[in-house]
Write a protein that binds this ligand. Structure first.
Ligand code: HEC
Ligand code: HEC
Length: 293
C-alpha cells in the first residue's frame, strides 16, 4: 500500500482529493452537506435538552426524572380519571332507572346496549356463545323458549341470582328428578316416555315402542312440571319439550340420559360479582338479542 499525501484535483470529477492513495486509487474529498451537519448538531442539542427536561437516564436505584416530572404512568392515571368522570355522568342515568325505564328511553337504551354487549362478551359468551346462541346444555338466549321468563325483570332476576346456584339464597331452584338413577322408572318405562316425548316435538318414536304407555307415564310423572301439553312451566323452569328439544339434544340417547340422570345445570349468580348497573345493562342486552318479552 502506498500513500501519497499530496492533495490533487481529480481530473474526471473536478473535485479535490483527500490526498490518500492506495494502489493508484485516490479518495475524493466529499464533505457532508451543510444542511445535514446542522441537522445533526441540532439533534445533539435537542437530545441534551430532552435529557434535562424528561425522564431519561437509568441509575442504580431509579432514573433521572427530568425537570417536568412527566411520567407515562401519570399520563394514564390522568386519562383514566377523565374517562371515569365522563362515565359517571353517563351512568348516572342508568343507575337511577329501572330496566323498563332504560328500555323505553332511546339514549339510555343505546348506552345500556353498548355496556351490556361488552359485559356479555366477557362474562356470558364463554357459556352462551358470542351471539347468545348457546350450545348443548347452555340456553340459547336468542329464541323465545324461556325457561324462567323473558321479560326484562325475569332476566334481571335470573342473571342476578342464577339458577341452582346455591351460593345465592334467592337463586331460581327446581330439580328434575333423576327418574332412572332414583329407581322411579324402569328402563322400558323410560324407553316409552322418551318415545312419547319425541312425538311432542314431531320426531319419530323408537320403532316398536308403546307410545301410548309413554303418554300415560308422562301424565303421571312429568306433566306436573312440564305441563299436560309438554310446553313447560315457568314456575319450575322446566324445558319446553315441544320445540325440538334443543337444550340437551333430542336423540333417543340424549333423552334417555336426561330422563335417567336429569341434568339440572347451574347458571352462576352474578349479583355478588357485578355492579348493579352492569347487571341491568346485561338484562337489557339479553332482552334485546331478539326474543325479549
Ligand atoms: C358457566 C356457564 C354460564 C355462564 C358463564 C353464564 N350462564 Fe347463563 N345459563 C347457563 C346455564 C347452564 C343455563 C340454563 C340453566 C337451566 O337449565 O335452567 C343458563 C341460563 C340463563 C338464562 C335463563 C334463560 C331462560 O330460559 O330463562 C339467562 C337469562 C342467562 N343464562 C343469562 C346469562 C348472562 C347474562 C350471563 C353473563 C352474566 C350468563 N348467563 C352466564 C350457564 C351459564
Ligand atoms: C320437578 C319438575 C320436573 C319433573 C317432574 C320432570 N321434569 Fe323434565 N325438566 C325439569 C327441568 C327444571 C328441566 C330443565 C333442567 C335443566 O335445564 O337442567 C327439565 C328438562 C327436561 C328435558 C330436557 C329438554 C331439552 O330441551 O333438552 C327433558 C327431555 C325432560 N325434562 C323430560 C322429562 C320427562 C320425560 C319427565 C317425566 C319422566 C320429566 N322431565 C319430569 C323439571 C322436571
Amino acid at each position: 500500500m502506498a500513500t501519497n499525501e499530496k492533495i490533487q484535483v481529480d481530473s474526471v470529477t473536478g473535485q479535490t482529493t483527500t490526498g490518500h492513495e492506495w494502489d493508484g486509487i485516490r479518495e475524493l474529498n466529499t464533505p457532508l452537506p451543510r444542511w445535514w451537519l446542522w441537522t445533526f448538531y441540532a439533534c445533539i442539542l435537542f437530545s441534551i435538552g430532552y435529557w434535562v427536561v424528561y425522564p431519561a437516564w437509568p441509575g442504580i436505584s431509579g432514573f433521572t426524572h427530568g425537570l417536568l416530572g412527566q411520567s407515562s404512568r401519570g399520563d394514564v392515571a390522568v386519562d383514566v380519571a377523565a374517562i371515569q368522570a365522563q362515565r359517571a355522568v353517563t351512568e348516572a342515568g342508568l343507575k337511577d332507572a329501572t330496566v323498563d325505564q332504560i328500555a323505553a328511553d332511546k339514549k339510555l337504551l343505546g348506552l345500556a346496549l353498548a355496556h351490556g354487549k361488552a359485559a356479555f362478551a366477557e362474562d356470558c359468551a364463554p357459556c352462551h356463545g358470542a351471539g347468545g346462541q348457546g350450545g348443548k346444555g347452555y340456553r340459547n338466549l336468542t329464541n323465545e323458549d324461556w325457561l324462567w321468563g323473558g321479560k326484562l325483570d325475569d332476566i334481571l332476576q335470573t342473571v342476578t341470582h342464577g339458577i341452582r346456584d346455591y351460593t345465592d339464597k334467592d337463586t331460581r331452584q327446581s330439580a328434575m328428578p333423576a327418574f332412572g338413577a332414583m329407581g322411579v322408572l324402569k328402563s322400558d318405562e323410560i324407553k316409552q316416555v322418551v318415545s312419547y316425548v319425541r312425538t311432542l316435538s314431531k320426531l319419530p318414536p323408537e320403532a316398536g315402542v308403546d307410545v301410548a304407555a309413554g303418554q300415560k307415564i308422562f301424565a303421571d310423572n312429568c306433566a306436573v312440571c312440564h305441563g299436560d301439553d309438554g310446553k313447560g312451566k315457568r314456575e319450575f323452569g322446566s324445558a319446553n319439550l315441544t320445540d325440538g328439544l334443543q337444550l340437551y339434544g333430542g336423540d333417543i340417547k340424549d333423552l334417555t340420559y336426561t330422563v335417567t340422570n336429569a341434568r339440572n345445570s347451574t347458571m352462576p349468580a352474578w349479583g355478588a360479582r357485578l355492579d348493579p348497573v352492569t347487571l341491568k345493562t346485561l338484562a337489557v342486552f339479553v332482552h334485546n338479542l331478539g326474543a325479549g318479552e
